[in-house]
Design a binder for this molecule. Structure first.
Ligand code: AHM
Ligand code: MG
Length: 336
C-alpha cells in the first residue's frame, strides 16, 4: 500500500512482508543500493565541474586521484555491498569476472547475488545528459556457505527476485520491483531522502514513441526496417514520433510513463545486439513486465533466455505491449 509522503526506507520495510521469501535480507540489500545511489548521484551532479575540479586521471587539490565516473560508480556499489556483508556475490558490467564475497567463510549465509551496470550510458556524461544505474537480484542456486559459482549468475531473467534502476536526470529517481508491481521514488536532494512519487507505474498498452538509433538503419534486420517505416508512415495523421536519448534507462523511463518502444536490434556492427542480457536487458525486462509492458529479442521473451556467459549480448525490443507485438510481427513475417 502506498501512502503520501512515504519514503523509500519506509516503503521497503512496510512491503517486505508481501515478499514471499521475506527475511529482511532483501530489504537490507535494497537499502544498500539506495545508499550507494545517493553517493553516486552526488558525484554525477558534480560532473559539469570537471574543468574546475580536474579531469579523470588528474589529482585533485586534496591529493586524491580523479576517477572516471563509471569507475567511481562501480567502486561505490561494490564497496557498499561488500562492506555491509549483504550479498554472497556481485557481477558488474565493469568487471571481467564475478566477485565472490566471503566465499571461504562457511558462516556466510547470505543468499543473494547482485548483477549491476553501475553507470549506463556514461558517454552522455560529458554533455550533461541523463545516465543511470541498473541492478538485478537473484537467489543463489548453489548451497549457502559455499563459494558462489558462475551458475549463481547465469540464471534466466525469470528467476530474478528484484530489479531496478536509478535515473540521474533532471531529478534523481529510483524505480524498482520485487515482482509485485513497479514503484518510483524521487530523491529530495535537500534532505537526502527518496519519496514515493510514482506508485504502481504502468506502461500504457499502446504508445506513440519509438526509440532506436536510426544511424544504424542500413544494418538492421529487414523486419526492424519495416517496423520503422511503419512508424514513419504518413497515412492520415501520423501517430508516431521518434525520441532517442542513447541512455537506456532514460529512454525506457520516458517510454514507460508516456507509452513507447525501445529497440536495440542486431546489426553487422553488433551481430548480437549491443546491450548485455544480464546487466541491462533482464532487469529492464522484469520491470517492463511488472509494469504491464513486454520485452523480447524479436522472437523470444528476454526473461526466458538461458545465459551462457556473463557479458552476453542480445537484441532488445521493449515497451508498450501492442508496440512490441507489432514489431515482433514484422520480425516473424521476415523470418518465414
Ligand atoms: P554502455 O553500457 O556502454 O553505456 O552502453 C549502453 C548504452 C545504452 O544506455 C544506450 O541505449 C545505448 O548504449 C546507446 O548506444 P548507441 O550509442 O549505439 O545508440
Ligand atoms: Mg551499460
Amino acid at each position: 500500500m502506498s501512502k503520501p509522503n512515504q519514503t523509500l526506507g519506509e516503503f521497503i520495510i512496510e512491503n517486505q512482508t508481501s515478499f514471499k521469501y521475506t527475511s529482511g535480507e532483501l530489504s537490507r540489500l535494497l537499502n544498500s543500493i539506495r545508499l550507494a545511489a545517493k553517493v553516486v548521484n552526488h558525484e554525477v551532479n558534480k560532473a559539469g565541474l570537471v574543468d574546475i575540479i580536474g579531469n579523470a586521471g588528474d589529482t585533485n587539490i586534496q591529493g586524491e586521484d580523479q576517477q572516471k565516473l563509471d569507475v567511481y560508480a562501480n567502486d561505490k556499489f561494490i564497496q557498499t555491498l561488500t562492506k555491509r556483508n549483504i550479498v554472497c556475490g556481485i557481477a558488474s558490467e565493469e568487471e571481467d569476472d564475478f566477485i565472490a564475497i566471503n566465499s571461504q567463510d562457511e558462516n556466510n549465509q547470505n543468499k543473494y547475488v547482485v548483477l549491476i551496470d553501475p553507470l549506463d550510458g556514461s558517454s552522455n556524461i560529458d554533455v550533461n545528459v541523463s545516465v543511470g544505474t541498473i541492478f538485478s537480484i537473484y537467489r543463489r542456486v548453489t548451497p549457502l556457505g559455499t563459494p558462489v559459482t558462475l551458475e549463481d549468475f547465469l540464471q534466466k531473467g525469470s528467476a530474478q527476485v528484484a530489479a531496478g534502476y536509478v535515473v540521474y536526470g533532471t531529478s534523481t529517481m529510483l524505480v524498482y520491483t520485487t515482482g509485485d508491481g513497479v514503484n518510483g521514488f524521487t530523491l529530495n536532494p535537500a534532505i537526502g531522502s527518496y519519496y514515493l512519487s510514482h506508485p504502481n507505474m504502468e506502461f500504457p498498452k499502446d504508445g506513440n514513441i519509438y526509440s532506436v538509433n536510426e544511424g544504424n538503419y542500413s544494418d538492421f534486420p529487414i523486419g526492424i526496417k519495416k517496423y520503422i517505416k511503419y512508424c514513419q508512415q504518413d497515412e492520415g495523421e501520423r501517430p508516431y514520433t521518434s525520441r532517442y536519448i542513447g541512455s537506456l534507462v532514460s529512454d525506457f523511463h520516458r517510454n514507460m510513463i508516456k507509452g513507447g518502444i525501445y529497440m536495440y536490434p542486431k546489426s553487422s556492427k553488433n551481430p548480437k545486439g549491443k546491450l548485455r542480457l544480464l546487466y541491462e536487458c533482464n532487469p529492464i525486462a522484469f520491470i517492463a513486465e511488472q509494469a504491464n509492458g513486454k520485452a523480447s529479442d524479436g522472437f523470444t521473451r528476454i526473461m526466458d533466455i538461458t545465459p551462457t556467459e556473463l557479458h552476453e549480448r542480445v537484441p532488445f525490443i521493449c515497451g508498450s505491449v501492442n508496440m512490441v507485438e507489432k514489431a515482433e510481427e514484422f520480425m516473424r513475417n521476415e523470418e518465414k
